[in-house]
Structure formats: structure tokens, C-alpha cells
Design a protein around this ligand. Structure first.
Ligand code: BTN
Length: 323
């Protein structure tokens, strides 16, 4: 963790109390002028830090930072977010970090979260627009006891958890699009990047990365007509901390169902939350394209299409275009 992140977490943990630059320096083992340098940069990046002479610095309690203390406060989960939450003001990609941690043995339920990503990653070689403090960029480490062929089910389960979270936001209408999108009015509101590592015929770990556009007011020109945020859809800013906690709760709930009963209840809910059933679609996969009507998703989360000759196709990944 960088000194800047440690400093921010320390201010946050002081819970609105004033901390002097001297004591911050002592705690972090750096000089007072280093502390002042970091504070000035954080303020420049619009972190709500206040100063009173002779008292010191405090982070405004209403700030909507995704720091561990805020996430843990009233978090209704058993494991997700109850162990380690790694927090960053800036990182290349939370998925990359989480994969490194998982490979060195981090337990299920470990979370990596950042206020900003400099190399946010999407599916294939795409990026993920990750402006500071506007969205939720969160990766969760899972160790599901499933075969690699069932990996898409982890993405679908995540999509259901996000959809349940978003259904509680007033004025927001959403639909799931296979395999990893949550759409509002046909535009992308959230994306999921599931990456995994296998040992023989089993999954060693899966990292499920969520990118959710919450309070983003503008997107770059290249994606402006394809992307949206809760703010753009509803005209309201929403507290990211609340959404992140709700999402973790839903995700854990469905993950428990998955482990106790299996994929079937999730599959059923997924079908209620998508607008793809019965739709004519084209799916582009590596070197092949399938066109047909969406018939179903199977017990591994694959998309089942029926083409015009009556033939069935099972597709495990690809880009879908609704016709
Ligand atoms: C997609 O729709 O292509 C998937 C987007 C996933 C973005 C999230 S943001 C948090 C996590 N870290 C990353 O680098 N990517 C995922």
C-alpha cells in the first residue's frame, strides 16, 4: 500500500476526529512535510479533507469513499468483505491485484477495491473507464468447487447479484445481457470480468471483477452512446458505499444458494432478469459467428441458441448483438 493510501485510511479511521500532521507523520514513519505533500495532492484530487489550525486534518464524515471501515459498517455478510479488504485510491486494475493475491493463497471473500483504475480491464482486450470516485471498481476472490466448464455460471451469478442490488434504486430500469453486462435503456451500466486459474479439472480460484458506473456524469466520446451510469439514468447521485455493501450481500447470498442447491435457482432468476429470452441474436466467438433465437442458458451458464434450420448451439463466450 502506498503512503498516500495509508494516510487516507488513517484519516478515515479517525472517524471525523482531527489528526495533526505530526502524529500522521509519526504513525506512517514519514516526515511532516511528506504528510503535507500527500494531503495537498489528495485535496487537489478533491478528497474532502478539512483543516483547522492547531487541531489538524479530518476527512468529512459524509464523504462517500469506499474505505474498509465504511464497507464493514453494518455489512450483512458472513465471509465476503469480512476478511481482508484491500483499498487503493489508485491502482492499475483491481482484477490484476486480486489475481496476484489469490495465487499466493488469499482466502475466499477477499476484496480489492479502488477509487480509480489506470488500466481498468474489460473482456477481450478492452479497457474499463474508471474515473476517480465515480464508480465501483471491485474484485472478489472466490474458490468455488466447480469444474472449469461451469465457470460462466460465476459470471451469471454475479450478474444476478448486481441486478438485485440495482432493482432497489428508484427509477432505474435494468436488464441482464449475456454473458457479463447489465444494461439500462440498452446502454452498459455495469460489466463483469471473471478470470480464473485451474488445477487439473478444478478451479483453483476465480476473481470476479465488477465495474459499476454510479455517479459518472460523462463518458469519453468513443463510448458515450454505449455507456451509462445511475446518475445519468435517474438524475440522482447514489452512495457507492451503500451499493457496494448491498452487492456483497446479494452476491454472498446467491453464492451460498449455488453451493447448497446448485445453479438451478440462479438460472431461473437470471432468466427473469434478462430481456434476451426468445430474442434473435448474433454471437461472435473466436473465428465463428452464430445466429439464432435464445432458447435457454444451461446448467454451466452457456447460452443455448436455436438457428433457423432447427439446430442447437451451445455458446460459452462471445459478444452478443440483439437483432
Ligand atoms: C466488461 O464488461 O468487459 C467487463 C468490465 C469489468 C470491469 C471491472 S472494474 C473492476 C475489475 N478490475 C478490472 O480491471 N476490471 C474489472
Amino acid at each position: 500500500m502506498t503512503t498516500r493510501d495509508e494516510l487516507l485510511i488513517h484519516l478515515e479511521e479517525a472517524a471525523g476526529n482531527w489528526v495533526s500532521s505530526k502524529s500522521l507523520g509519526d504513525i506512517l514513519g514519514v516526515s511532516r512535510s511528506t504528510v503535507l505533500g500527500h494531503i495537498s495532492r489528495l485535496k487537489k484530487d478533491s478528497y474532502p479533507i478539512e483543516y483547522i489550525p492547531h487541531k489538524g486534518y479530518a476527512l468529512r464524515e459524509t464523504s462517500d469513499l469506499l474505505v474498509p471501515r465504511r464497507i464493514r459498517e453494518g455489512l450483512e455478510t458472513k465471509a465476503f468483505g469480512k476478511k481482508e479488504i484491500l483499498y487503493f485510491t489508485e491502482i492499475d486494475s483491481t482484477n490484476l491485484k486480486a489475481k496476484g493475491l489469490a495465487a499466493s493463497g488469499a482466502p475466499e471473500g477477499t476484496i480489492v477495491i479502488s477509487e480509480r483504475q489506470t488500466k481498468g480491464r474489460g473482456r477481450k482486450t478492452r479497457g474499463w473507464f474508471s474515473p476517480p470516485r465515480d464508480g465501483i471498481y471491485l474484485s472478489l476472490i472466490l474458490r468455488p468447487n466447480i469444474a472449469p466448464r461451469s465457470a460462466p455460471s460465476m459470471t451469471l451469478l454475479t450478474a444476478v447479484a448486481i441486478a438485485e442490488t440495482l432493482l432497489a434504486v428508484p427509477g432505474l430500469e435494468i436488464a441482464i445481457k449475456w454473458p457479463n453486462d447489465i444494461l439500462a435503456r440498452g446502454r452498459k451500466l455495469a460489466g463483469i470480468l471473471t478470470e480464473m486459474s485451474t488445477i487439473g479439472e478444478r478451479i483453483d480460484y476465480a476473481v470476479v471483477g465488477l465495474g459499476l458506473n454510479v455517479n459518472t456524469s460523462r463518458f469519453p466520446d468513443e463510448i458515450e452512446d454505449r455507456a451509462t451510469s445511475i446518475l445519468i439514468e435517474t438524475g440522482q447521485r447514489v452512495r457507492r458505499v451503500t451499493l457496494a455493501k448491498e452487492y456483497l450481500k446479494w452476491h454472498e447470498e446467491y453464492y451460498d444458494v449455488f453451493q447448497r442447491i446448485g445453479f438451478e435457482p440462479i438460472r431461473k432468476r437470471w432468466k427473469e432478469l434478462t430481456n434476451m429470452m426468445g430474442q434473435q441474436v448474433t454471437v461472435e466467438t473466436i473465428g465463428r459467428e452464430y445466429t439464432g433465437k435464445v432458447q435457454d442458458i444451461d446448467d454451466g451458464g452457456a447460452l443455448i441458441l436455436r438457428d433457423e434450420t432447427g439446430g442447437y448451439h451451445r455458446v460459452i463466450f462471445g459478444d452478443v448483438t440483439l437483432r
